[in-house]
Design a protein around this ligand. Structure first.
Ligand code: THU
Length: 130
């Protein structure tokens, strides 16, 4: 699967975004090591802080189905139908991704690809507690 194809899956996933408060639609497409793709969207709540981001929706879907090894995630976010402006993952999603993904895990945005270590170079992990 190419970065472009994975990004297109993220844009498609944003169609299901439940974002009646922010009106900012986000979709994510998480590519597993075995080739499966788990998609997710942001799911907002009247109690704002209970909102779940698209990336975490995708990760939780995958892990709940027994899949814990990942290669890449594409993220598409927009207040309109134009997903050309890059939407970076938030800190909470990066931390959740870092539970399962190494420094070389790829993050695909509308303007190119990055590594998890670009966004979260000094991550807190299990190792930090030893
Ligand atoms: N959002 C995501 O889905 N992913 C991110 O990484 C950043 C923010 C969502 C949460 C909320 O529904 C909306 O975007 C505005 O913050």
């Amino acid at each position: 699967m190419t970065d472009k194809e994975l990004f297109a899956e993220a844009v498609k996933a944003a169609e299901h975004s439940y974002s009646k408060y922010s009106h900012f639609r986000v979709g994510a497409a998480l590519l597993a090591a075995d080739g499966r793709v788990f998609t997710g969207c942001n799911i907002e709540n009247a109690s704002y802080s209970l909102t779940n981001c698209a990336e975490r929706t995708a990760v939780f879907k995958a892990v709940s189905e027994g899949c814990t090894e990942f290669k890449a995630i594409a993220i598409a976010g927009s207040p309109s139908d134009d997903f050309s402006k890059p939407c970076s993952p938030c800190g909470a999603c990066l931390q959740v991704l870092s539970e399962f993904c190494g420094d070389d895990f790829v993050i695909v945005l509308s303007n190119g690809w990055f590594r998890l270590s670009d966004f979260l170079p000094k991550r807190f992990s299990e190792e930090s507690m030893k």
